[in-house]
Design a protein around this ligand. Structure first.
Ligand SMILES: [Zn+2]
Length: 274
């Protein structure tokens, strides 16, 4: 039987009882980690190696040169073409929770002094879903990178297209794919880093179009998730939608631990822009 997250905690104590600013329980093995040490460990469990999900701010902190990030297209408004019930309220809650204005943050940054365009997605902003604003920011990131002759690194994390925007959300797939094509035509490198989890319309567009596709260890990825697949009556074999399986079967170029990503990205950028 699978171990439950609360199995290793003293009796009568649940994960909810632990002050999150002091100790954090690993979601996989329940090992208690002293919160101030999490950043030093890159939010990876020192006992079982589980890679915890990161906010875009944490990802920036461990990836780019300090104070080098400059945000682009911050002002793009949220699109609510169907006046979908409670959509705007949900977005407002997500803004307060994440400190982001949409599910993707884009801009430029430097890594060991090398400038590049960067996009980062956060699952906690409406499931990291892609609506008009997300698609537009990703497309503008790539188009501006072409003008500025910058390589692009895209950290993906998404549940798929944003249902509240219906067809408009699906139209972001060809739009972002076309923009990635412009990078290719311009001879500029496009590197994607698939983090936990990467699904749906993002998988089926810009996430898997990288010249080099990197996956973070343990990340789940696929098109339709296991619950959706099982609705069709098919049983999803265990482990298929993992970074490790996809790497073994040729869908991923590099499978990296979080501690390796910054240095590998630096090597790739240095090699590509020399
Ligand atoms: Zn653990």
């Amino acid at each position: 039987m699978a171990q439950q997250p609360s199995d290793n905690l003293p009796s009568g104590i649940t994960a909810d009882d632990i002050p999150p600013d002091l100790w954090q329980a690993c979601p996989q093995c329940s090992h208690l980690i002293y919160a101030p040490e999490l950043a030093v460990e890159l939010w990876v469990c020192s006992k079982c190696g589980h890679h915890m999900r990161l906010t875009v701010w944490q990802r920036l902190q461990i990836t780019v040169d300090a104070d080098s990030f400059e945000e682009w297209d911050h002002e793009l408004p949220l699109n609510d073409p169907l006046s979908f019930p409670e959509y705007l309220q949900k977005a407002e809650q997500a803004r307060e929770k994440t400190g982001m204005t949409e599910a993707v943050l884009t801009g430029r940054a430097k890594l060991e002094g090398i400038p590049f365009g960067i996009g980062l997605m956060d699952l906690s902003f409406i499931g990291g879903s892609m609506g008009w604003t997300v698609g537009e920011r990703v497309a503008r990131l790539m188009e501006r990178a072409v003008k500025l002759r910058l390589p692009v690194v895209m950290f993906c994390a998404s549940g798929g297209a944003r249902m509240q925007e219906s067809l408009i959300a699906l139209m972001q797939m060809p739009k972002t794919s076309g923009a990635a094509g412009k990078l290719a035509q311009a001879g500029l490198p496009y590197i994607t880093v698939l983090t936990d989890p990467t699904y749906g319309g993002v998988t089926a567009s810009f996430a898997f179009l990288g010249d080099i596709i990197i996956a973070e260890a343990g990340a789940a990825m696929g098109f339709a998730g296991p619950r959706v697949v099982e609705l069709t009556g098919l049983k999803m074999p265990a482990g298929v939608q993992t970074a490790e399986f996809q790497h073994e079967h040729g869908m991923i170029d590099m499978l990296l631990k979080r501690s390796q990503i910054r240095s590998e990205l630096h090597s790739i950028l240095r090699w590509c822009t020399a």
